[in-house]
Design a protein. Structure first.
Length: 425
């Protein structure tokens, strides 16, 4: 439970009266351990401060947008400069053209760009573009993969109707036979195959993409005239300076981007190849804020850093250090951790932890020691993290594992895990 008499507790109580469920979406009440703060007051570099002023090393990076550090001076200066000139105007500024030029120059498969606000805008536009291009309906995508919160793909069906989800066939990620069967079932109606750059579903182990799966998706799209869509909203530019599947040599027709492309400023994008240009030009897509100039200025500054700095090599090395160090500390404490996904977007799950109790308890213990982890969603490293931050984070688990061991012992004695009891800390 949020600490008694805390500002967080007070805000939760007020939120419960004026925000449905007290909170919605990925920060909904109950999705994280109860002692996790719900409200924050600021962020700087790799750290966040909760509403009570407690500082954490933040391994969630705002669920991805923070790539170069909160409040990055160069990126935010570009944003603020443009804000002074004009942001939401009657039409876009020249920055829109510059940004489309910059993104298509960086992403090998892309010849054009459409900018929007959220990842869901981009994935939904990808769906519409593929249907406009093929004049067909059916989409094949992987079970459990998240593509946003629109009715066609939202994981929780409340308020949607069956027809919102019609003409979709689900297959298993990395399972070539299941992909082939789904494509065969779609037959002449196949409009698109959607793929995550790697399996980054919540609650379960992550998996790198099997190149054979990616190649089969590419080949089937080529053969049938359907479009291949890589949803790079979450992983884009954390794995490569190009579309993530460039690492396995597979180029999609469309790719979707968001999260970190402006280091946290609100902008997302659909990129496409010439093949889909006419269809993309035929669909009607827009939004009151889609031409905003300040996020475009921030995106240009972010892309410059992506091209010109060694951020990718640094975060990759830090991710490996974290993985190795944590694995060592877990086994020294007698725990088996399954660490999956790329080191820059890690997920740790405990062996023998079907209800995530150990994971919740361990995360809470780390939180109490100033490290913000997530017990069931992939985490993110950012370029503002230092060797010292990782070393500090690796000094922390020993105490957390000890506390976890004690709690398991207590549980065996019939007591409840402290993390599950109100006001335990
Ligand atoms: N696709 C993927 C792979 C995502 O991770 C997300 C967001 N987590 C989305 C799409 C939707 O993005 P947004 O929340 O910005 O609409």
């Amino acid at each position: 439970m949020a600490r008694p008499n805390s500002r967080d507790r007070e805000l939760r109580e007020r939120a419960a009266a004026v925000i449905p469920g007290g909170m919605y979406g990925h920060q909904s009440v109950g999705l994280l351990p109860d002692d996790y703060p719900q409200f924050f007051e600021r962020g700087e570099g790799a750290h966040i401060w909760d509403a009570d002023g407690t500082r954490y090393l933040d391994f969630m990076c705002a669920y991805g947008p923070n790539l170069f550090g909160y409040g990055h001076p160069e990126i935010d200066a570009a944003y603020v400069r443009q804000l002074g000139l004009g942001d939401t105007l009657t039409g876009p500024t020249a920055l829109m053209v510059e940004l489309a030029e910059a993104m298509t120059a960086m992403v090998a498969h892309a010849d054009w760009a459409i900018f929007c606000k959220n990842g869901t805008d981009a994935t939904t536009m990808a769906l519409t573009t593929a249907r406009a291009h093929t004049r067909r309906r059916t989409v094949v995508r992987a079970n459990g993969a998240y593509h946003g919160a629109a009715p066609w793909c939202v994981p929780r069906p409340a308020g949607t109707i069956d027809s919102d989800r019609a003409h979709q066939i689900l297959c298993d990620y990395n399972d070539v036979a299941s992909l082939a069967a789904a494509v065969a079932e779609a037959g002449e109606d196949l409009a698109a195959i959607f793929a995550a750059p790697f399996k980054h579903d919540a609650f379960i182990d992550q998996a790198d993409p099997d190149p054979a799966y990616a190649r089969r998706a590419r080949e089937r799209c080529h053969h049938t005239g359907a479009l291949l869509v890589v949803d790079d909203v979450r992983a884009g530019f954390r794995l490569a300076r190009d579309c993530s599947w460039s690492r396995i040599g597979v180029q999609p027709d469309l790719s979707t981007w968001g999260k970190c492309i402006a280091n946290g400023h609100p902008i997302s994008a659909l990129l496409g190849s010439d093949k889909a240009r006419k269809a993309a030009g035929s669909i009607y897509v827009t939004g009151s804020f889609w031409y905003q100039a300040a996020p475009m200025a921030a995106a240009l500054a972010t892309l410059r850093l992506i091209r010109e700095s060694d951020y990718l090599e640094r975060i990759t090395a830090l991710g490996e250090r974290l993985r190795t160090g944590l694995g060592e500390r877990a086994s020294a404490a007698g725990f088996a951790l399954r660490q999956t996904g790329p080191g820059v977007m890690p997920l740790f799950l405990f062996e023998g932890d079907p209800d995530l109790r150990k994971g919740f308890c361990f995360s809470s213990e780390m939180l109490a020691r100033g490290v913000y982890l997530h017990p069931w969603h992939n985490m993110f490293l950012c370029a503002a993290m230092t060797e010292a931050d990782i070393a500090g984070a690796l000094d922390t688990p020993e105490g957390a594992f000890e506390a976890l061991t004690r709690q398991i012992r207590d549980l065996a004695r019939g007591e409840k895990l402290a993390v599950l009891s109100a006001g335990a800390r």
